[in-house]
Every structure is written in structure tokens, then in C-alpha cells.
Design a protein around this ligand. Structure first.
Ligand code: ADP
Ligand code: MG
Length: 715
């Protein structure tokens, strides 16, 4: 290729070189060392050293207004002021009392003010506030014995420095140990490195939404000129949110375009295996299961690839639908794969599926990290030879040496745990693979859009017949003994009980003593109930987990103490009681998932939510939602609402998971607009060519949605 037309890309990643400065590590900034690195990793939720781009996308939570410049006599207590003063004299702490503050007396023509410094470094204050000079001092004014004072002024600048101040300072979400000043300095430096970015939005969008350009948007949120500049629904933040959403939507659209390329042969057979499975079922399919199977089979027959989301609350019976889809593919002489996020879940699937498959003559196998050596080699050989019809497994399925003879259907369970990369890796193992995504977490429409783009959706709205409602109650931890007594009575009556404990991560462990870890709870319950009690948690070996789960499933043990490993998919219909310890620590969706493990049989079930007192308002509201409904869709919606309010309360956990800037409750409108814009781009310029195309690639890299870039033009 001619060197002059070769696009400017970073050697390693195809990233446009233009963006390289933004992907430099924060530690390349002066004043950012290993300690800051660690704090910033924590703050910005990154496993590795954050890059400048991560700093720039960390937006302010509020502002300090320093524009108020009253005279000393007019200044009122408790307000943020900037005073123009002359430094009169210093009073360092007496030599034997280093705890006493260092005081500086200053004044203007209306009065005196005391500037107070605790534990000041020697020489620091002298240099900052030379006697006889004029300085601008800002901070919160207080009165001490009737004398105005400012303790630790935020800023002390001279005439020249003052001229440079905007008067409004951003305040960022912080983490313990990280000073606002040092974060601000780092962000200001990152802003200096911002290259001239090309415009990737179309003139129509810019006009319609009245968006500023991206450089202005970044500058104005980090160096606000007006108090309103940092509001999420203001033009600057909205522009950035739109960019982020567009990057997401465009990546999805690119992937989808790839997936939608015409499929070759059709992937559903004559139905004989399906009817054998249906005949072997100990129950009748619900109407919505039947409808889902029909829709899927229809997709499989179409000359374009299937991309369908099967959404159904926990316990709604998605597995059997997936199995029937696999059977349809087998009828056509092809293979299917089912990928689950955890080993337990994969084994659970194979356990449900294997007996039914056997009746129908369908060859199934499992592949996880646990299958090794000879066993694994043999399995892979059979897979390659087309002797396995349905391969169930974990991430292990996407390893390079896993080769299918003719993979035609990829079923991905609990999709939100997998990234786009994994989804692609699996579908790349066959020609024009049809994709079925199973999601147990009912996802509100806006989220479906942000995560999957436009997908066909089948919903399993009804629960299988005969399900009993779950009686859910909240109980303070102080009454744990009574709960243990009740569990004892239940065990005597032959019932099966889950006892769920929250995860204690090591880093979290200190300072949260009230969290009971599963092992401790197991030991105390074992003292009381002996060998009726079992324990499973994430750190256990897979085989050991299975053994214990198996014992619980057949009733050899009646009480299973567990961490959230049982959250997804585990299916023991005979279990009718669940105790969740420290329920206030769990997310709503997680509580719903957990509780979905009971109420699966024909017997009435009970869920006890043990909470630590006192409950804050947010936790009270959340537990109330869980108590009042078992409708996953309602819970998901309430969850969004509550998290929105949480944001108002200053808890920064609102927003869309995986998105840093866009927030569902503020930018809901923008999601659909970004979707439409992505579709328009796909129609007009699917290969992202020309100036706009290059700019859009920049956007994808900036927001790290570049998985899809190698696909452009691949087909
Ligand atoms: P999920 O949608 O949570 O993955 P599963 O597929 O694990 O649900 O099904 C939950 C339980 O319901 C399983 O024990 C399964 O055998 C049972 N089940 C599925 N469909 C029906 C049905 N139509 N009638 C009765 N039970 C069903
Ligand atoms: Mg499931």
C-alpha cells in the first residue's frame, strides 16, 4: 500500500494515532505516581493503570462557585467566598505546641479575617502569604469568637493567578485518600493533551440536538463557565452522553450487520427430534414457551441469520426452549453450542438437558475448564467429527482449539455477563451462526437497546403452571436466633433450605465486621444441625461444589449455606425456603435472582430477608419492592427508578452499567436517537469510509467500542 494513503494507526491496535496521547497512562503525568495510580484505579474502576481518557470521562458531580467576592464585612457565615486581602502578620504555633494552628491575619478596608492552617509544613504558609502583599483567598467563611476566619483556604493566588481563575471549580466524585486538588490537576493536564478531534456527528444531529463540538463539551464540563455547565441534561454532558451511546449503538449495528449476512443452508429440520423431546417432558410447555420455540424455528429457516433475545424471568423455563432450538438444528444435521457464565450453571444445564436429549437421540457433551487432558482431546475430536450435536459449556467453548464441524446455533445464557468479544468469538466458530441470547434478568427496553441494539425479542411472560407464590418477609439480624429455630423446624419437616451470605471480598473485609461470611455461618449452623448442613462458595473447587449441590438436590443435606454462586440458574425445585443474610447489601436484581431459586415446585415457599439495622431510606425502599412483588419486570423498573434517586442522594451508581457518561434516567431520549443515527450510518456508509467514516472510527476507539472495527469490510 502507498505509504501516503496508509491510515494513521497505532501499531498494536489499529487505533488512530491521533488518539494515542489520550491512551497514555495517567502515571505519565507529572505529579501522578504509584500511590495516585492505585487510588485512580479504584476510583475509575479499572484493573490496570487508568489512561488520560479515563480521567477526561470522569465528570464532575457538582461545582464550587467562587465568583462571590464580597468585602470582609459583607461576607456571611458558611458561604464560599473569595476575598481580596492584604496580609498583615503571621502567628506560627508556639514552639511547644505543634498542634496549635498557624494563623495569618489579613484585612481589607472593611475589616479583618484570620486564615487558619493546621499542621502546616514549615515555610509553606510564609511563602503562600507574604506579609504586606495582596492575595486572593477563597474558602468557606466562618466566625470564630465573632471574628471572620477561613480554615484551610482552597485557593490562595496573587493578581496574576486570579486573572486565570474561572471562578467556578468542578468537584469530582472522589475516593478515600485522593485529594480533590490533585485529581483536578491531573484532569486539567489531561485536558491539555486533548488532540483536535474530528467531528463524527452529522450536521443534522448537531443542529437538531443543538450540540456543541466534543472539544468544547469536554472543556466546559471540566472548566465550567456557568454553574449549569456540568448538569447531566445540559448541552455539554448530553453531547458526551450521545457520543458514548452512539459508539455503543454503532458497534452493535456493525456486529449485527455482520451477523445478518445471508446464511447459507437453512438450520431447522423436520421436527422429529423436537417432538420426541416434547413427548418426553414431564410437563406441558406453556403457551409462551411454545410461541418462543415457533419464533425461533421460523428464524432458523429464514435466509438471514437469527439474532434473538429470549427474555424470561427466573424459573420461566428458558432451558427447554434452548434445547428445542438445538434439536431443530440437529435435525438439519448441524451443531449447537450453549455457553453459560459459570461452571455450576453449565453443569446445571447439562443435567436438565442430558436425560431429555438421550430420549431423543441427541448427542450432548460438556466442556468447561475442568475437562482436561485425554478426556478433553477426545471430546474435541468428536466435536470436530460432528459426533456431538450440542456442546454445553463455559468460556472454555471459545478457546481456539475448540473446532466444530458445522456450528449453526450459538445459545448464550445470562448474556449480560458476557462481552461482545465473547459473543463474537463463539459465533465465529461456524458459518453464519444463528444466535439466541437467554436473559434471566428482565431488562427494560432502553437497556435492551443499549446492550443488544435492535434484536428480536421473545418473552416468557407466564410462569409454568402450578407454581406457588413466595411469601417474602424482612427480619432484623437481631432476630437471627428465631430464624435459626424456624429453619430447625423446617428441616425436621423435611424441607430444603438455602442460607445465602454476602460475598466478603478481601479488600472489603476490614471495617464491615457485621458481614457474616459464609464459612462462619456454616460452622455455626453445623454446630446446631450437624451433617444436615452443606456449604458452597466461589472459592471451592468445581467438583466439590457439584458434590455438595448434588447432595442438596437429592436431599442428603437439607440446609445449604451459599454465597451468590447459586444466584443464576441453579435449579432444585424441592427447595422451598431461602434465608438471605444482610439482604440490604444485595442489588435488587440480585435479590430477585436469588429468590428465584425457590418457588419452583408445587409447594409454597418462604423467603426471609435478614437485614442489619438501621436501614437507610434507600435500602428500606428496595427491600419493600422485593417484599411486594415477584414480577421481575416490575423489579427491574423499580430498580432503575431507585437508582436514579440514589444519584440525587449522591450515590454514584446510577447510569447504565458499562457506560460512564450516559444515564438511563436522564438520557433515555438520546438512546433511541443514537440508535437511529447508528442505523442511518449503517445505511449510508456501512464501511465507515471517507472523512466522516474515519471520524466515526475515532469515536469507536475513544469509547473503546472498537471490537467491531475489524469486521468492517470483512463481509
Ligand atoms: P430459567 O428460565 O430460570 O432458566 P429453567 O429453564 O431452569 O428456568 O426452568 C426452571 C424449572 O422449571 C425447571 O425445573 C424446568 O424443568 C421447569 N419447567 C420448565 N418449563 C416448564 C413447564 N412448561 N411446566 C412446568 N415446569 C417447567
Ligand atoms: Mg436458566
Amino acid at each position: 500500500m502507498d505509504a501516503r494513503v496508509k491510515p494513521a494507526h497505532d501499531e498494536n491496535s489499529m487505533r488512530p494515532t491521533l488518539l494515542n496521547p489520550l491512551f497514555a497512562p495517567v502515571t505519565s503525568l507529572p505529579g501522578v505516581g504509584p500511590k495516585q495510580d492505585k487510588l485512580l484505579r479504584y476510583l475509575l474502576a479499572r484493573a490496570e493503570t487508568p489512561r488520560l481518557v479515563d480521567l477526561l470521562l470522569h465528570l464532575p458531580a457538582s461545582v464550587i462557585d467562587r465568583r462571590a467576592r464580597p468585602k470582609i464585612r459583607e461576607a456571611s457565615a458558611g458561604t464560599m467566598v473569595t476575598l481580596e486581602v492584604t496580609v498583615d502578620r503571621h502567628r506560627p504555633p508556639p514552639p511547644r505546641n505543634s498542634r496549635a494552628p498557624y494563623l495569618v491575619y489579613a484585612s481589607d478596608e472593611t475589616g479583618d479575617v484570620v486564615l487558619t492552617f493546621f499542621r502546616a509544613k514549615p515555610g509553606y504558609v510564609e511563602k503562600l502569604l507574604p506579609v504586606g502583599e495582596k492575595r486572593y483567598v477563597s474558602g468557606t467563611l466562618q466566625f470564630y469568637d465573632g471574628i471572620p476566619q477561613i480554615v484551610h483556604p482552597d485557593r490562595v493566588v496573587d493578581e496574576e493567578g486570579f486573572a486565570k481563575l474561572s471562578g467556578i471549580d468542578p468537584v469530582y466524585p472522589l475516593t478515600e485518600g485522593l485529594a480533590l486538588g490533585s485529581l483536578r490537576r491531573a484532569i486539567a493536564q489531561a485536558l491539555q493533551k486533548l488532540p483536535a478531534l474530528p467531528e463524527w456527528l452529522s450536521p443534522e444531529v448537531i443542529r437538531r440536538c443543538k450540540f456543541p463540538d466534543v472539544t468544547e463539551a469536554l472543556n466546559r464540563v471540566h472548566v465550567p463557565v456557568e454553574l449549569t455547565d456540568i448538569l447531566p441534561d445540559g448541552p455539554f454532558w448530553s453531547r458526551l452522553a450521545f457520543d458514548e451511546l452512539l459508539a455503543g449503538q454503532l458497534a452493535l449495528a456493525l456486529i449485527r450487520a455482520q451477523l445478518r449476512r445471508p446464511a447459507g443452508d437453512r438450520n431447522a429440520g423436520d421436527g422429529h427430534l423436537r417432538s420426541r423431546i416434547i413427548d418426553a417432558l414431564p410437563y406441558a410447555l406453556t403457551a409462551s414457551q411454545r410461541a418462543a420455540v415457533a419464533a425461533i424455528t421460523d428464524d432458523l429457516k429464514q435466509p438471514v441469520r437469527m439474532l434473538r433475545l429470549l427474555q424470561g424471568d427466573v424459573g420461566s423455563g428458558k432451558t427447554v426452549v434452548a434445547l428445542l432450538a438445538a434439536a431443530a438444528v440437529t435435525e438439519a444435521g448441524k451443531q449447537a453450542a450453549l455457553m453459560a457464565p459459570t461452571e455450576i450453571l453449565a453443569r446445571q444445564h447439562i443435567k436438565t438437558i442430558a436425560p431429555l436429549a438421550e430420549q431423543a437421540g441427541l448427542q450432548v457433551a460438556i466442556l468447561t475448564g475442568r475437562e482436561k487432558g485425554k478426556e478433553r482431546r477426545e471430546l474435541l475430536a468428536r466435536l470436530d467429527a460432528g459426533e456431538i450435536d450440542l456442546l454445553v459449556g463455559t468460556h472454555a467453548l471459545i478457546q481456539d482449539d475448540v473446532v466444530f464441524k458445522s456450528l449453526a446455533l450459538a445459545v448464550v445464557d445470562e448474556q449480560h455477563r458476557f462481552g461482545v468479544r465473547e459473543r463474537l468469538a463463539l459465533t465465529n466458530k461456524g458459518e453464519a451462526v444463528d444466535v439466541l441470547v437467554l436473559s434471566a434478568t428482565p431488562i427494560p427496553r432502553t437497556l435492551v437497546l443499549t446492550y443488544f441494539g435492535d434484536m428480536d425479542v421473545s418473552e416468557l411472560r407466564e410462569k409454568p403452571a402450578g407454581r406457588q407464590p413466595i411469601d417474602t418477609r424482612t427480619v432484623p439480624l437481631s432476630r437471627t436466633e428465631e430464624v435459626v429455630d424456624a429453619v430447625g423446624r423446617a428441616l425436621k419437616a423435611g424441607k430444603r433450605v438455602y442460607w445465602i451470605c454476602p460475598l466478603v471480598e478481601e479488600s472489603e473485609a476490614e471495617g464491615i465486621e457485621h458481614l457474616t461470611n459464609a464459612t462462619q455461618r456454616f460452622e455455626s449452623l453445623q454446630k446446631r444441625f450437624g451433617n444436615q448442613v452443606g456449604l458452597v462458595h466461589g472459592q471451592m473447587k468445581g467438583t466439590e461444589k457439584d458434590r455438595v449441590m448434588g447432595q442438596f438436590a437429592v436431599g442428603e443435606i437439607g440446609l445449604l449455606v451459599a454465597t451468590t454462586v447459586v444466584e443464576v440458574g441453579v435449579d432444585v425445585p424441592a427447595a422451598t425456603i431461602m434465608v438471605i443474610e444482610n439482604a440490604e447489601r444485595f442489588g435488587l436484581a440480585q435479590l430477585h435472582q436469588l429468590r428465584g431459586r425457590i418457588g419452583r415446585g408445587s409447594e409454597a415457599s418462604t423467603c426471609l430477608l435478614l437485614y442489619k439495622e438501621p436501614l437507610n431510606e434507600m435500602s428500606t425502599a428496595r427491600l419493600k419492592v422485593i417484599r411486594e412483588t415477584t414480577d421481575g419486570f416490575r423489579i427491574a423498573e423499580e430498580d432503575l427508578k431507585l437508582r436514579g434517586e440514589g444519584d440525587v442522594l449522591g450515590i454514584r451508581q446510577s447510569g447504565l452499567p458499562g457506560y460512564r457518561i450516559a444515564r438511563s434516567e436522564v438520557h433515555g431520549q438520546l438512546i433511541t436517537q443514537a440508535r437511529d443515527e447508528a442505523l442511518r450510518i449503517m445505511k449510508e456508509n456501512p464501511r465507515l469510509k471517507g472523512e466522516r467514516g474515519e471520524a466515526l472510527r475515532c469515536l469507536l476507539y475513544l469509547y473503546e467500542r472498537d471490537e467491531a472495527v475489524p469486521l468492517i469490510g470483512a463481509g
